[in-house]
Structures are given as C-alpha cells and as structure tokens.
Design a protein around this ligand. Structure first.
Ligand SMILES: Nc1ncnc2c1ncn2[C@@H]1O[C@H](COP(=O)(O)OP(=O)(O)OP(=O)(O)O)[C@@H](O)[C@H]1O
Ligand SMILES: [Mg+2]
Length: 270
C-alpha cells in the first residue's frame, strides 16, 4: 500500500490564498492563488525563489497572518487566529542562554496548556533529546552546543507539546553539508517515533526529495502553486540516504531545478 493511501484526511488545506503586505510604497502582493494540501501524517516540502512568499505561507498556517482572500484550514477548522497546535523551527534557533537545554526544550509547555504534570513534562523533553542524540546535554547552556546540536534541540522544542503540525522554515540552511545530512536522517528517525504532519520550507532540492512525500514549487512573487512533484513511496521506516544517489533522484532533481528556473523567470514554461 502506498504511504499516501493510508492518509484519510487533509490536515492542512490552503485554498486559493491571496495575501499582500501593506507597505509605505503601497500593497505588495506576495501570494496570489496559492493552493496546498497536506494529508494527516504527510510531509510536504515547499521550494521557490527567494522572497516569493514561503515564510509568509508558514505564518498563514500558524494563524499569525490572515489571508486577504482564500482560506486556510487546519484539521477541519478554519484558521482565524494564532494556533498553539503548530510547532515551528527556524534557520537560527533562538535559545535562552540563561536556561539549560532541557529548560529551553520545555518552554512551549509553559505557554501551551498541557495535561502533563511537571515530572512527565521533563520526561518527555528528556525522551525527545535522547531521540536526537542529545542525551547527556540536558544541563548544558545553548552556547556550549554546536550549531547542529542547537538545531536538534530546537527540533525537540518544536515537538514537545505534541503539535498537530510541524513547520520547519529552512531549519538546516546554516549547517555544513555533513551535519545537514545527519539532521535529515535524524528527522526520519524522529518522525517514525513521533509522527507529525509537516511542512518544510527549503532551498535545498536534495533535502526536499529526501525528507518529503511531495515537493511543491512556488512561482516567483506573487507566488502561486506552480508545480507539484510526488516522491515515489520509499517503503516504511527511515529512508536510506543512498536514495539520494539513484538515477531516479537525479531525474527528480533535474525536474525541480527546471521548475525553479521557470519560477525565477530564467527559463520559459513548457
Ligand atoms: N511584514 C512584512 N511587511 C512587508 N513586507 C514583507 C513583510 N514580510 C515579508 N515581506 C516581503 O514579502 C515578500 C515575501 O517574503 P517571505 O519572507 O515570505 O519570502 P521567502 O520566500 O520566505 O523568502 P526567503 O526564501 O528569502 O526566505 C518579500 O518581498 C518580503 O520583503
Ligand atoms: Mg523565508
């Protein structure tokens, strides 16, 4: 059975969204006719030219911005205000230096209502840190960790309150190539143990193919959904990094690269 056949409903649904920022120079249209659907348990990567509106899209899903027209739905409810059921991780994780790593990971539990008692909260944070290989670093301060380790801790923090949706906005962009590949594999391991519905914003096409079930290419600004590539089912369990070195992946990379060039206006649409 293909992984997608197991998904029953779309957890995230973005329907023909338009959004413009009001600037001193007048309205700046950023999204214009954007459609996106992510099934429950699915993982969609969004790629597109710089400045086309990808981070804006994440703010709409989290309810931090409202679309001018169109609709954003999360788990069958229209998003009209900020959602605590969304976990987010960004390129440069902001960690509080006066708190330990464990305390940083537990931060969302102080904001989002939880049924977990204090001891269970700690247990959950410790468990997540062990999943990403940070056992033994719970009492360190953020500055004592490497960039890759901080990003792993930030992933734990985004997941600690068991969000319905995990949004990752270029989370691995600042890491070196090897650390990034490690983090990709950790992502698959974490998703197996702590299933989530994910949206990944990235500029790295290999990353989009290795991590996602579907890659959505946005057009240049104002962005609309230009192209959707389904990644063939790779079977259950964490994906083998070797999949990146197959002819099939090379063809997909080529395809996406062409689409980005079209989005950038550097190549004509077929
Ligand atoms: N709060 C804001 N007010 C006005 N303009 C904004 C605001 N936030 C973003 N923009 C503009 O909207 C456009 C889209 O921004 P956004 O951050 O969504 O792009 P992006 O696709 O995430 O870019 P990148 O790939 O560089 O991260 C950009 O031109 C940006 O300058
Ligand atoms: Mg961005």
């Amino acid at each position: 059975m293909a992984a997608k056949d197991r998904f029953m409903t779309n957890l995230i649904e973005i329907k023909h969204v338009r959004h413009a920022y009001q600037t001193k120079a007048g309205p700046l249209p950023v999204l214009d006719g954007l459609d996106l659907a992510v099934p429950e348990g699915g993982f969609v990567a969004v790629v597109g030219p710089s400045g086309c509106g990808k981070s804006t899209l994440t703010k709409l899903v989290a309810g931090l911005l409202k679309p001018d027209t169109g609709e954003v739905w999360l788990h069958g409810e229209q998003v009209k205000s900020p959602r605590s059921t969304v976990g987010m991780a960004f390129q440069n994780p902001v960690m509080l230096e006066w708190r330990t790593i464990l305390q940083n990971v537990m931060l969302p539990l102080e904001i989002v209502p939880t049924r977990l008692g204090k001891a269970q909260q700690q247990e959950r944070a410790r468990y997540l840190l062990s999943l990403v290989g940070l056992e033994g670093f719970e009492d360190k301060r953020p500055s004592e960790l490497s960039g890759g380790m901080r990003q792993r801790a930030s992933l734990c923090r985004a997941l600690v309150h068991q969000p319905e949706v995990l949004i990752l906005d270029e989370p691995f962009g600042a890491l070196d190539a090897f650390t990034r590949e490690d983090l990709w594999q950790i992502m698959h391991q974490v998703k197996e143990k702590e299933p989530f519905t994910g949206v990944l914003i990235t500029h790295d096409l290999r990353e989009s193919i290795y991590l996602a079930d579907q890659v959505v290419v946005l057009s240049g600004r104002p962005a609309r959904t230009q192209y959707v590539l389904d990644i063939p089912d790779q079977g259950d369990g964490p994906r083998d990094i070797e999949m990146l070195y197959t002819k099939e992946t090379a063809d997909m990379l080529h395809d996406l690269r062409n689409q980005i060039e079209i989005a950038q206006g550097r190549a004509p649409a077929a």
